[in-house]
Design a protein around this ligand. Sequence first.
Ligand SMILES: [Zn+2]
Ligand SMILES: [Zn+2]
Length: 360
Amino acid sequence: MTCTVTLSKGAVTLSAAEGSFPIVTPSEVEGSFPCTVTPSEVEGSFPCTVTPSAVEGSFPCTVTLSEVEGSFPGQRGSPMGVDLHLHSNASDGHYSPAELVHLAAKSGLTIIALTDHDSTEGITRAMEAARTISTIKVIPGVEIGTDVPHGEVHLLGYFIDYRSEELNRKLAKLRESRLTRATRMIAKLYNLGVDIEWKRVQELAGSGSVGRPHIAQAMLEKGYIASFKEAFDRYIGREGPAYVEREKMSPEEAVALVLEAGGLPVLAHPGTAPELTDLLGRLKKAGLLGLEAYYAKSPAPEITRLIQLARNFGLIVTGGSDFHGINADFEVPLGETPIPRECASDLIALAQKLGRPNNE
Ligand SMILES: [Zn+2]
Ligand SMILES: [Zn+2]
């Protein structure tokens, strides 16, 4: 098995690695730097520390894990696993909140956060399910979509008061604007000779919020396009003739919304955000508290870069898979995204320090 290791002075991040590595002796290092990797944690040991024998400065290297001693908890993730970014069918995920919690527990996860798009509707059911399983804890969360000229800026809110009427009213308004937008896009498509049914699009979205992927799926089913990419490139992408902008929420407004609901705002998958350093400066001022540095299949150098950015801005580091349970070809299976346990413990500690309600 190969995995990518990024060495910086005194620190190493392993990605795409499975299980735990009590002692790893890399046999091949680009740039021929012999080094020994000593994980700092027993299980799910990411990140770990490295003791390079002759390494100064920071550089990316590739390591072939040919000699691995010790046990592997298996392909299904660490029994100490955490995952702070999951979707249920309360938004656009496949599994119901209860199914998701059961599946997560079976996959070895012990602390998870349910972060549906613009919705807290699945949280009560997820927490009820978690109460019947002794090994798993659910942190209430939400992921708020914001509108920026380029790229995607999504805001995660943890430990929000998910029963807050004010929060749920605002989230409902956001979802509503998505619905209106979808019907308007379908009308535009019709004028372009693409005849898909609103009813079918709603069916595809299930109980979750309707989005462009569901429109693309309906187009695909009727043979108007050959791939999702084509739907976005030719029709419903930002530059496409059937694209409709939805009601805007700025990233700063999303941070404020999370704070008002007693939550901890964290920037999701920063890799999709444009002009990240600028954005972080603005969001930090607005009250941002964390950065999702560990994300799905992010390569190790990217994780290292984001951890450094988080440090520079005084933000905690979180991590999540963004699991939807929709597309096995693209998604990392539940429990297999290497996320350090500190991501959860730091988040919980910060929530306690700030006196946020636990909402359990
Ligand atoms: Zn997102
Ligand atoms: Zn997400």
